[in-house]
Design a protein around this ligand. Structure first.
Ligand code: HEC
Length: 103
């Protein structure tokens, strides 16, 4: 499973040009993530963890886990699970590549 994800990630990295970065930013907004995490994923307060600049593999593992229900986010923050349910693998790659790629 993990290898599959990494393989997919590498494949998508080669297929998608730099436009994935712009898509990631747009998706982060259109999917409502920025409402909690801030426009750049920079917000870190209370329960909200900073996302930008984090390891891309870690972000993908978390997002895929939240989406597939293998990771439960804590308590009231189950909200995050709901938000990520609609993300496709490609969208997760686009968002995490963008998040990991800026400071
Ligand atoms: C309602 C507020 C809220 C929204 C909306 C939201 N998140 Fe979160 N997110 C959180 C909170 C709170 C956590 C920490 C959860 C925990 O640790 O249990 C989190 C955790 C994460 C993590 C794991 C970070 C880490 O280092 O552990 C990622 C990745 C993430 N969110 C991405 C997203 C994406 C992508 C979206 C949009 C599809 C999104 N979030 C929408 C509140 C939100």
């Amino acid at each position: 499973m993990k290898n599959k994800m990494i393989g997919l990630f590498i494949a998508v990295l080669f297929i998608l040009p730099a436009s994935a970065l712009a898509d990631g930013k747009a998706l982060f907004k259109s999917k409502g993530c920025s409402g909690c995490h801030g426009a750049m994923g920079a917000k870190a307060s209370g329960m909200i963890p900073q996302l930008m600049g984090k390891d891309v593999a870690l972000l993908q593992e978390k997002l895929t886990g939240y989406r597939d229900g293998t990771i439960k986010s804590k308590g009231a923050m189950l909200m995050n699970n709901k938000m990520v349910k609609s993300l496709s693998d490609e969208e997760i790659v686009a968002i995490t590549t963008w998040l990991a790629g800026h400071q």
